[in-house]
Design a protein. Structure first.
Length: 397
């Protein structure tokens, strides 16, 4: 039989594949690769913060002292010393057996979706919420319901009205992606108490919690009700995202199923990377390293706030002041669309992420996310001037 006589295969995609969508942010990042573009789009940590020397030393030591085990298949739960280190750094009592090391906290979201969501399951999210979570949840075909939110976080009364039959509420209390907001202590206390009263599980995602500028955020929601919460954390923002390591802290009633989902997904996260992180974390390294990240990011946040104040004069543009993290949330004048503004901004050499992608429903087309951590102060000044010029031209009759 000749090759050209073969019948083309009839690939029939699963229904869940139809629910998968490309990341808007990843598509925008392709645009930012053009020469000369100043990008405030990506949620990328600054490479200036990566502790290369510490990892160089850890790499050599791991290979020298534990190379065969580091390069071998490993336990699905994760490297025991790393799990112990994670449990020890949390502000509530956690047994290391509850710690599951994941391939980035994004995998944690995927595992949660597989274990807790059936087709048609009602799940609750903030307004707006993390795009990556919406992507992780979507293939399981849930009914995603947005809960009203303000500068302090989730509206607890609206949550109570929408909680009936919900599998969980997904929430990012600290320096949220995309808005940069932080849930207040009063709101956390009210939310935790109401969720416990309703029997509503919480999925608490905290990749940015260590990146505070002036004062640490309030106690995690999970610390207030460990049996009613699943907690996700990451090493991407405090060490390096290329390691692809995160973790999930789950109640003992849920942890075994998350582990089984992990086994089916990838057997285990890279054992070599886990050993390197465990080695780097020894002797209080993070206590010395993370403050340098905070100082850098605070300088860049302040530069962006100053540039916005200077460049947006006369424009009805609004923005917040995040207390930590990597993002600032802005809102364009009435009648403007961030999606429509983006190509005009790119023509002037600056990029951002339109906010509409972060809404499960009823998107606010005027919103946009600005990341301040990968651009220098000079680039921030130039980029904000370019963005203001694009807004002025777009607003002109």
């Amino acid at each position: 039989m000749k090759l050209n006589d073969l019948k083309a295969a009839d690939w029939t995609l699963a229904r869940r594949a139809e629910m998968m969508n490309p990341s808007v942010i990843r598509e925008i990042l392709k645009v930012t690769e053009k020469p000369g573009i100043i990008s405030f789009a990506g949620g990328l940590p600054s490479p200036r913060t990566f502790p290369i020397d510490a990892f160089s030393e850890a790499c050599a030591k791991v290979l020298r002292e534990d190379g065969q085990a580091a390069l071998q298949y490993a336990a699905s739960e994760g490297y025991a010393p790393l799990r112990e280190a994670v449990a020890a750094q949390l502000p509530w009592m956690v047994d290391p057996s509850q710690v599951l090391i994941t391939t980035g906290s994004q995998q944690g979201l995927d595992l949660v979706a597989k274990v807790l969501i059936d087709a048609g399951s009602r799940i609750l999210v903030e307004t707006p919420t993390y795009l990556g979570a919406l992507q992780a949840f979507a293939p399981m075909e849930p009914d995603v319901v947005s809960v009203a939110s303000d500068a302090e976080g989730v509206d607890v009364d609206d949550l109570a009205r929408k909680a009936a039959g919900a599998r969980f509420l997904y929430v990012l209390p600290n320096f949220q992606n995309p808005t940069g907001r932080t849930m207040s202590e009063a709101r956390r206390a009210a939310l935790s108490a109401r969720a416990a009263q309703l029997g509503l599980p919480l999925i608490e995602d905290n990749p940015y919690g260590d990146l505070w500028f002036d004062a640490p955020p309030p106690l995690p929601l999970t610390a207030r009700n460990p049996e009613g919460s699943i907690y996700l954390g990451s090493f991407s923002k405090v060490l390096a995202p290329g390691l692809r390591l995160g973790y999930v802290i789950a109640p003992k009633a849920v942890a075994p199923k998350l582990l089984q989902a992990k086994q089916a997904a990838d057997l285990h996260s890279p054992g070599f990377n886990q050993r390197m992180v465990a080695e780097v974390m020894k002797h209080g390294f993070l206590d010395r390293h993370v403050p340098t990240i905070r100082a850098l990011y605070k300088t860049q946040r302040d530069a962006m706030l100053a540039a916005l104040t200077r460049e947006m004069q006369g424009l009805d543009v609004q923005w917040n002041t995040p207390d930590g993290g990597m993002f600032l949330w802005a809102r364009l004048p009435a009648g403007m669309s961030a999606v429509d503004l983006l190509p005009k901004a790119v023509d002037k050499g600056v990029a951002f992420v339109p906010g509409a992608a972060f809404y499960a429903d009823q998107a606010d087309a005027r919103t946009l996310r600005l990341s301040f951590v990968t651009a220098s102060v000079d680039q921030i000044n130039i980029g904000m001037a370019a963005l203001a010029a694009a807004i002025r031209e777009f607003a002109a009759p």
